[in-house]
Design a protein around this ligand. Structure first.
Ligand code: ATP
Ligand code: MG
Length: 173
């Protein structure tokens, strides 16, 4: 049996709670993503045999990318009601992390989505669309990324971090 896997960045716990509370205050109904599940997807792998975990771990551990500050300040709500918050200007360290990961995965034959990387945190699905919602601005310090298993236990989704990697400290820190 395969595992449904993806690489992503967990939102730091405190910011995740604050963002989820703000999202709840919007009362857009729909299916909210639990605070503990808030993440930014870097690469979606889909179903993979468990014996590829060692190779995935190896790919991730070769990445050399720095910690960065992520400002979430662009709110989008699609016509399907997907509510997402992302950076208006993605930091170069985030783009660097995603492209190193993409290259490593493609070199090992993983079929990745060919669409352009859209860094975002999904806050809720199937929301009621309310035009003119203004975006807040939340700054998070990003120090790690993770390989997640996505599980639907019948009551809802859970994203379980299986492995994680620390990003490098910046020279000015
Ligand atoms: P569900 O699909 O049941 O609504 P979900 O989308 O939360 O739940 P997954 O489909 O397992 O759960 O996705 C896990 C993460 O990967 C989510 O952040 C999702 O947006 C992202 N993702 C899923 N499919 C793709 C894809 N084809 N390309 C890029 N990201 C994807
Ligand atoms: Mg999905």
């Amino acid at each position: 049996m395969g595992l449904r896997l993806f690489f992503g960045i967990p939102l730091p716990h405190r910011q995740a709670e604050i963002i989820a509370a703000w999202r709840d205050s919007l009362t857009l109904r729909g299916r909210p993503v639990a605070a503990s599940n808030l993440h930014l997807t870097l690469a979606f792998l889909g179903d993979q045999p468990a014996d590829r975990l060692a190779e995935l771990s190896e790919i991730a551990s070769r990445i050399e990318a720095s910690q960065f500050s992520l400002t979430l300040d662009r709110l989008t709500i699609s016509h399907h009601g997907l509510l997402a918050l992302g950076p208006a200007s993605p930091p170069s360290a985030l783009l660097d992390l995603e492209s190193q990961l993409r290259e490593g995965l493609l070199a090992c034959g993983y079929p990745l989505d060919t669409r352009e990387f859209w860094p975002h945190v999904t806050l809720a699905r199937r929301c009621l669309i309310r035009p003119g919602l203004s975006a807040p601005s939340y700054a998070c310090q990003i120090e790690r990324f993770a390989l997640y298993q996505s599980i639907n236990d019948g009551r809802g989704m859970a994203y379980i971090p299986l492995l994680h990697w620390l990003l490098g400290r910046r020279e000015e820190d």
